[in-house]
Write a protein that binds this ligand. Structure first.
Ligand code: NAP
Length: 288
């Protein structure tokens, strides 16, 4: 009996490493040329352990890439007005080139109001409505990092998107919704599935490209992957488990991202890359 075919892996870890290397070279060149080191401000409200770890990791990766980070730690009891004021101050500060407000900020805070206080030219995490609109219309601006990372992975593996049916499972503001817009911008025919979708399985079975962004372990079953489909698993659940049943899906897909080592590392690579890009634009605004 011949072994079951297996999909080619999309190596996000390797691609992210190369992007970060290039970003570090660019940051060093910018610092040498202008005397100004790119700077990312991170804002954390409260002490949720996962958020503390994410921010620490992002700052460590910045440092390794030659990007300065400035950390603003606010108490859990911070009000919306106080958080907006803190973010606004960073938006005004010429020494800060990018701003990352760690989500979630706590249920008593109007998170949208806080995100909107980020100046669009410093929105390197792509969370403001201005960034979302620009991205949706294909205008210049910063994209949400995970969706941006997914698109770079698909491009790296020469995935032809025009006219293909892309099914995005999930519609969150940071992931599902923007990745659907980016796929649409590349002429894919995009379907979103969410918790109110009647028959997710039937939709997924039609997909040439599946993006899983649900937050439920192994939600996409291997048997529902169309033979030859491209499978992108953005999910990250406890125990390093994705939203796709990887072992089963890889016998049907043509290309698939592993978890870990697929989408995850791309997110931070895009964050660093966009921070250095913001610094380059901020130090030398276009036309100056
Ligand atoms: P989220 O905000 O919880 O959104 C989950 C989405 O899945 C929602 O749109 C929800 O629909 C939909 N959904 C939930 N149950 C469903 C069901 N039974 N059928 C169909 N759709 C369903 O999550 P998120 O922040 O987008 O994250 C999703 C996953 O990606 C998580 O595993 C997260 O850890 C991971 N993630 C990874 C990265 C990375 O860097 N790799 C970054 C961000 C997130 P409704 O809108 O109807 O509620």
């Amino acid at each position: 009996m011949s072994p079951a075919p297996t999909a080619r892996l999309m190596d996000g870890a390797g691609l992210a490493r190369r992007i970060v290397e290039r970003t570090a070279e660019r940051a060093a060149a910018l610092t040498r040329r202008t005397g100004t080191q790119p700077c990312l401000a991170t804002v954390l409200v409260g002490d949720d352990p996962a958020s503390v770890t994410y921010v620490r990791m992002k700052r460590a990766r910045c440092e390794k890439a030659g990007i300065r980070s400035r950390h603003i730690a606010l108490p859990a009891a911070t009000t919306t007005a106080e958080l907006v004021a803190a973010v606004d101050a960073l938006s005004q500060d010429p020494q800060v080139h990018g701003i990352l407000l760690q989500h979630p900020v706590g249920p008593h805070i109007d998170e949208r109001a806080a995100f909107e206080a980020i100046a669009p030219e410093k929105d390197v995490d792509g969370v403001t409505t201005a960034s979302f609109a620009a991205m949706s219309f294909g205008l210049p601006g910063f994209v949400s990092c995970t969706p941006g990372g997914i698109m770079r992975l698909l491009d790296h593996y020469d995935v032809d998107l025009a006219g293909r049916h892309a099914v995005v499972v999930g519609r969150s503001a940071i992931l599902g919704r923007p990745v659907g817009m980016l796929l649409l911008g590349r002429d894919a025919t995009v379907t979103y599935c969410h918790s109110r979708t009647r028959d997710v399985t039937a939709v997924v079975r039609q997909a040439d490209v599946v993006v899983a962004a649900v937050g439920r372990p192994r939600f996409i079953r291997g048997e529902d992957v169309k033979p030859g489909a491209v499978v992108v698993d953005a999910g990250y659940n406890p125990g390093n488990i994705g939203d796709v049943d990887f072992e089963a899906a890889r016998t049907r897909a043509s290309l698939i991202t592993p978890v870990p080592g697929g989408v995850g590392p791309m997110t931070i690579a895009v964050l660093l890359d966009q921070t250095v890009e913001a610094a380059a634009r901020g130090i030398h605004p276009p036309g100056v």
